[in-house]
Design a protein around this ligand. Structure first.
Ligand SMILES: Cc1cc2nc3c(=O)[nH]c(=O)nc-3n(C[C@H](O)[C@H](O)[C@H](O)COP(=O)(O)OP(=O)(O)OC[C@H]3O[C@@H](n4cnc5c(N)ncnc54)[C@H](O)[C@@H]3O)c2cc1C
Length: 442
């Protein structure tokens, strides 16, 4: 058997390069408050929200308002990768944000246009992508490209800061409420992304997280022995960073072995044949497939470094161990395991994955129709079946698009369905008096 072992230096792209400047993004008109009406409100200006904006733009739908907690397209994604000091994406060049089939420059074109800014390793990856092989995309290139997509499709000018608290559809449209604004739209698209997964309640008593214990997306102590819980790429970054800082690391994984894989799901799920495994398939089968395929794994590039660190004792991997409890005091933290042993260190970081935000808490529960943690979506349009003017893109579309629904590539597929449905719906709304048009949708 051939063992695929990409070189770890692929993980080290520079971050924070200067890219040729674009015209300054326009500030939203009236800046502080979004308009009271719009054709479409997009809740969440992450990578999925950006893709929806671009697709609608190409279909001539420009009266769009993006509302985002962070107030700037893509901010949460880049904040997360930077917290992990992640320098390259896991997805390859072909998984570009934005849309397909229009005149837009795609991610690979963009990298080639900025050839002079790339390192020799990065140029080789571009050539790999051109030859149809797996390629690694620098976060720097990806961020500059997202900025390009957001600028040319007018996303900066249409994004307002605000935490959306309610999305209330009725026969006439959708009311989207923040703490201090309400926008009435004909359609709303929820692009909420994912929240970090919380530790099981029995790991410690009470509500607060014990001292010396923290989640992957929070600031953490940067000295002493680190204990990392979780088996995915986030854990890998935390471990690599701690080892690079000269710290000892304990890595606790529930399975018998950690899993190395190029992509976070099998590559077939990025193609039509993989999505077909979900199309029209009974719910229980889809659920089983999702559980089997969406398992934590780490990019191959980490393996040589981890193997060397394990061999010389800087990294201890506790395989096949179930955590039962965490305790901590001013001298250190202890992780108790189901086999009665324990692991002691100076700090614990929890990297237990993420859970899709599916609209609960914003839409009334009855309209989300949640089953097993997934919303009830129409497969053809990604509209909520019980609220046809509201759509979901990103991780929430997983049970329609398969395990790649949360990925950049899945956003493009979701976006094509959603944007076409909205554009058609808007032209129908324009052609008929409001009452008639809405009678046909509900
Ligand atoms: C560290 C990390 C690395 C990853 N790397 C890759 C990769 O290489 N390739 C890949 O395909 N995928 C990757 N992913 C998965 C990745 O999260 C998605 O591809 C992408 O970020 C999803 O985009 P999104 O728009 O759905 O979510 P996000 O980018 O998280 O955007 C959602 C936005 O919605 C906002 N929001 C949520 N609720 C509300 C509300 N009520 N009101 C207002 N705003 C709200 C959030 O603040 C956020 O800005 C990675 C994920 C992580 C955490």
């Amino acid at each position: 058997m051939t063992v695929f072992l990409p070189h770890p230096r692929l993980l080290d792209s520079p971050r924070g390069r200067d890219w040729p400047p674009y015209p300054e993004p326009a500030v939203p008109a009236g800046s502080a408050r979004p308009p009271a009406r719009a054709d479409v409100v997009i809740v969440g200006a992450g990578l999925a929200g950006l893709a929806v904006t671009a697709a609608l733009w190409h279909l001539g739908v420009r009266d769009v308002v993006l509302l985002d907690r962070d107030g700037r397209p893509g901010r949460r994604f880049f904040a997360r990768v930077d917290r992990l000091e992640q320098r390259v994406l896991r997805s390859p060049y072909e998984h570009h944000p934005g849309v397909e089939g229009y005149r837009d420059c795609e991610l690979l074109d963009f990298a080639r246009l900025h050839w002079a800014a790339l390192t020799p390793v990065e140029r080789r990856e571009v050539r790999m992508a051109q030859a149809g092989h797996r390629s690694v995309v620098p976060v720097d290139v990806f961020e500059a490209f997202c900025h390009h997509v957001a600028t040319i499709h007018g996303a900066y000018a249409r994004t307002w800061p605000g935490e959306v608290r309610q999305v209330l559809p009725d026969a006439r449209g959708v009311a989207v409420r923040t703490a201090d604004a309400e926008i009435t739209a004909r359609f709303a698209v929820l692009c909420l992304g994912e929240e970090r997964r919380a530790a099981p309640e029995h790991w410690w008593p009470g509500d607060g997280v014990p001292e010396r214990v923290g989640y992957w997306d929070e600031p953490a102590p940067d000295a002493g022995t680190l204990i990392v819980l979780g088996a995915g790429l986030t854990s890998a970054h935390l471990i690599a960073n701690a080892l690079a800082a000269g710290r000892g690391v304990h890595w606790i994984v529930r399975r018998e072995a950690e899993r190395y894989q190029c992509s976070d799901v099998n590559a077939s799920f990025f193609r039509a044949e993989g999505r077909a495994r979900f199309d029209g398939v009974p719910w229980a089968d889809r659920l089983a497939l999702m559980r089997r395929e969406r398992r934590a794994s780490v990019m191959f590039e980490f393996r040589p470094g981890f193997a060397a660190a394990e061999a010389d004792g800087r990294l201890t991997v506790h395989r096949g161990r179930e955590v039962t409890r965490l305790t901590a005091d001013s001298r250190g933290a202890t992780v108790l395991l189901a086999d009665g042993t324990h692991v002691r260190g100076d700090a614990v970081t929890l990297a237990l994955g993420t859970a899709p935000s599916i609209g609960t808490g914003l839409l009334p529960d009855a309209l989300v129709g949640a089953l097993d943690g997934w919303p009830d979506l129409d497969e053809r349009t990604l509209a909520f079946r019980r609220a046809p003017r509201v759509f979901a893109a990103g991780a929430a579309a997983g049970m329609v698009l398969g395990p790649a629904g949360r990925n950049i590539d899945g956003h493009r597929v979701a976006t094509a369905r959603i944007a076409a449905t909205i554009a058609a719906g808007l032209s129908r709304d324009d052609a008929y008096p409001v009452g008639e048009a809405h009678a046909s949708v509900h």
